[in-house]
Design a binder for this molecule. Structure first.
Ligand SMILES: Cc1cc2nc3c(=O)[nH]c(=O)nc-3n(C[C@H](O)[C@H](O)[C@H](O)COP(=O)(O)OP(=O)(O)OC[C@H]3O[C@@H](n4cnc5c(N)ncnc54)[C@H](O)[C@@H]3O)c2cc1C
Length: 334
């Protein structure tokens, strides 16, 4: 029996551990595009701000995987799932087969239209390498533009301000994907940023960016403003990373559609975490339940079910983004 888990975030690791616990003799393999050992993604803003050293970031859940008999294959990005032949093809030309698959690929930032022609002019905030790049760049910047609605924009602006940057937060306030935090909480946190010197441009978008000399940029907003800066950080919400499922037969809506057992329409393919659109049996609707704890819970359940657990997923609001990993949002320092 070979259980393959795609993605080394909290959902993927929890799935692997649960499958291992249920089936002592099975082969359990995590394949991930990341080169870094599993880390605490919610602490990335603290790495930027200097409140946490990268050495404090390893995910405790990801410790001792080898000792538990879980193999991790790093630096491999899934390109295509061939569900008919139970295999995944990777961008390095290799392939992996499985008896049961759990897709736990999380999400990727949504790039604003105004930046699509300006590769190289901005840095996204999603991974550990992103956070280290942003921090390094901040050392030779004075003015940073943060782009993004919602929670991640807020956290990026907080972290850069804490680092001593002059921060201009372009918050387009677009309709949310997933609506992770309540409007009231967001308004309070935004006010706190404003009081601490962050300039906030609400309800405006980035229309274009001009790279003056590889070090200085002019951001043109849809409101007609020009902002000169040395760094643009894209901290948007994350869309489920599911493009490699195209043509696989696995059904995808906003995320990978799974039933209350986290099973897709393909009988040996499960999905968990930020990439999964989960059926809520109480509300009779499918939704993505973003967040670290939610991903862990779903991953564990999917792992058990890959090994025949037959466990039902019941969503409760505490699993959702409302209960943030780490300290409460309003208590985060500035
Ligand atoms: C900056 C930041 C701050 C956050 N802060 C908080 C917070 O305070 N509280 C909170 O609850 N949540 C927070 N989140 C959200 C939280 O990190 C996610 O909800 C959680 O990580 C989801 O877990 P996951 O396992 O589903 O996906 P992820 O953690 O995204 O892991 C997915 C994994 O799959 C890999 N992958 C993706 N595509 C492929 C592919 N094609 N092939 C191979 N591997 C692939 C990725 O590289 C990654 O390793 C934050 C997110 C970010 C970016």
């Amino acid at each position: 029996m070979r259980h393959l888990i795609l993605g080394s975030g909290p959902a993927g690791i929890a799935a692997a551990k649960a499958a291992r616990k249920m089936e002592k003799d099975a082969e359990v393999v995590i394949v991930t595009e990341e080169f870094a050992a599993p880390y605490l993604r919610p602490n990335l803003p603290d790495v930027i701000s200097g409140e946490k050293d990268p050495s404090a970031l390893p995910d405790p859940q990801g410790k001792d995987l080898a000792a538990a008999g879980i193999e991790v294959k790093s630096g491999k990005r899934a390109r295509r799932v061939d569900a008919g032949r139970n295999r995944i093809l990777f961008s390095d030309g290799s392939e992996e087969t499985y008896n049961f698959l759990c897709v736990a690929t999380g999400g990727k930032p949504i790039l604003p239209l105004g930046l699509t022609g300006s590769f190289g002019a901005f840095l996204s905030l999603n991974s550990l390498s992103d956070a280290l790049r942003i921090k390094a760049r901040a050392l030779r910047s004075d003015v940073s533009v943060v782009y993004g609605p919602g929670y991640l924009g807020l956290e990026a602006a907080r972290a850069l301000r804490k680092l001593g940057q002059q921060v201009i937060w372009v918050n387009p306030g677009l309709p949310r994907f997933g609506n992770p935090i309540s409007g009231e909480l967001e308004a309070k946190a935004t006010e706190k940023l404003r009081n601490n010197g962050v300039t906030i441009k609400e309800g405006t978008d980035i229309a274009d960016v001009l790279d003056l000399d590889g070090q200085t940029y002019i951001v043109y907003t849809t409101g007609g403003e020009e902002i000169r800066c040395q760094m643009i950080v894209v901290a948007t919400e994350r869309l489920p990373a599911v493009h490699f499922l195209e043509g696989s037969g696995v059904k995808v809506g906003s995320g990978i559609l799974v039933d209350e057992y986290l099973l897709t329409n393909v009988s040996n393919v499960f999905a968990a975490g930020d990439c999964a659109e989960v059926f809520d049996i109480n509300r009779r609707e499918s939704r993505i339940n973003f967040g670290w704890r939610s991903a862990m819970k779903q991953g564990q359940l999917a792992g058990e079910n890959m090994a025949g657990g037959g466990k039902l997923y019941i969503r409760n609001t505490e699993d959702y983004f409302g209960l943030l990993y780490g300290s409460p949002l309003l208590e985060r320092s500035l």
